[in-house]
Design a protein around this ligand. Structure first.
Ligand SMILES: Cc1ncc(COP(=O)(O)O)c(C=O)c1O
Length: 377
């Protein structure tokens, strides 16, 4: 391990090429800055890549979640089942519609909800019908959407996918957006492709597509060139220069996915004998937006500091909603409400994973971890 000469290995790093910057510059020079041609091209590419008929670009995944919820008429007093281990935006969007959340704990190895847990929850709450269920493909792990969508249908529950981390995920042979009413993507810089801020909705429903487009653009309806404001809409549009940044990355994305898969396999091999950490479950449909291990209770922050001293960035993975002040105050949740999510929140550690890293970078990170844990001598 050559420590002194090691340059910093960042947790995430967007794969931006000169051609991407040129595309952005051309848009800036054209003067067509707001939603227009580049956004349309980006949407067409997204729809082609995911094979979901409609892709609607918006300003963030949070905006996409909000649009999905209001378009499906989820509002005051409604109940929405949400996984406890996620980024808070999943639940915040529900709260901002005036609806209430219920939490479902996640599997401790895949970090996502299972059909069994969803069914148990819906069964035991038959008196208090849920209006909707949000499935989060955390870090890109594909939740079992075929089974979950059958359960949702049986209980008459609307289904939204929070696919913020799941561009390129394949759940039961299909991209998020296939088994649900809508899937929501994020293009924040921590995600596998970025537009700075940005997001998109994927749906097979042309009716929902129309609704999403109208609501992202102030509720404007354009009928044969006659404009009218037919809804109390919002401004959730993506700009042309943001979309331009995403186009090249999307064209190269299959290569990025393949590279992540190879690097994740090295992590799995190199770390498999460490006794003080737990490795994640992988699956062929996993898009590997992040690679999170679970440490022993109380060790995570020390390990993170030691990795930083060895020039390796790492971070916590996601939040447990039952451990956050707002949700504890409103719903009286405790750590014990969803114990798996609580453990992942306090002991989960995300390690660097992206296509620009080399196998040697990953081996170096694994050596550092082995040394910090005092194993492998
Ligand atoms: C699971 C999940 N949902 C929603 C979001 C929010 O995405 P955005 O920052 O694009 O609004 C994130 C962002 O990290 C996320 O990880």
């Amino acid at each position: 391990m050559v420590q002194g000469t090691q340059s910093l290995i960042r947790l995430a790093s967007p794969d931006l090429h000169d051609e991407d910057l040129e595309r952005v510059l051309n848009v800036l020079k054209s003067g067509e800055l707001v939603q227009g041609k580049a956004v349309e091209e980006f949407e067409n590419l997204l729809s082609g890549f995911t094979q979901i008929p409609h892709a609607i670009a918006v300003s963030s995944c949070t905006a996409a979640l909000h649009l999905a919820l209001i378009s499906l008429e989820i509002g005051v007093g409604d109940r929405v089942l949400v996984p406890a281990f996620t980024y808070p935006a999943t639940a915040n969007a529900v709260e901002r519609c005036g609806a209430n959340i219920e939490l479902c704990d996640v599997d401790p190895l895949s970090y996502v909800v299972t059909p069994e847990s969803i069914e148990q929850y819906l069964k035991s709450n038959i008196q208090n019908q849920f209006k909707a269920l949000i499935v989060v493909h955390e870090f890109g792990f594909p939740a079992d959407m075929k089974a979950i969508s059958e359960i949702a249908k049986r209980y008459g529950v609307l289904l939204i996918e929070d696919a913020a981390c799941a561009l390129g995920t394949s759940a039961n042979g299909h991209h998020p957006g296939f088994y649900s009413d809508a899937a929501c993507l994020s293009f924040h810089p921590r995600k596998a492709i970025t537009t700075g801020e940005g997001g998109a909705l994927l749906t097979s429903s042309s009716k929902l597509m129309e609704k999403f487009k109208q609501l992202r653009n102030h509720g404007i309806n354009n009928h044969n060139g006659v404009f009218d404001f037919v809804e109390a809409g919002l401004n959730y549009r993506l700009t042309n220069f943001q979309a331009a940044l995403g186009i090249g990355q999307l064209n190269r994305f299959q290569r990025e996915l393949d590279a992540r898969k190879k690097l994740a396999a090295i992590y799995m091999e190199e770390l498999k004998s460490l006794t003080q950490i737990r490795l994640p479950k992988l699956s062929p449909g996993h898009s590997l937006q992040s690679f999170m291990i679970t440490t022993q209770p109380g060790q995570r922050d020390d390990i993170k500091r030691s990795l930083a001293n060895l020039q390796v960035e790492s971070n916590l993975g996601a939040q447990a909603l039952n451990c956050l002040t707002y949700y504890q105050n409103k719903y009286q949740f405790t750590r014990e409400t969803c114990p798996n999510a609580s453990t992942l929140f306090t002991a989960g550690l995300v390690l660097p994973l992206y296509g620009k890293l080399t196998p040697d970078n990953i081996r170096y990170i694994c050596e550092c971890l082995t040394k910090i844990l005092g194993e492998g001598q």
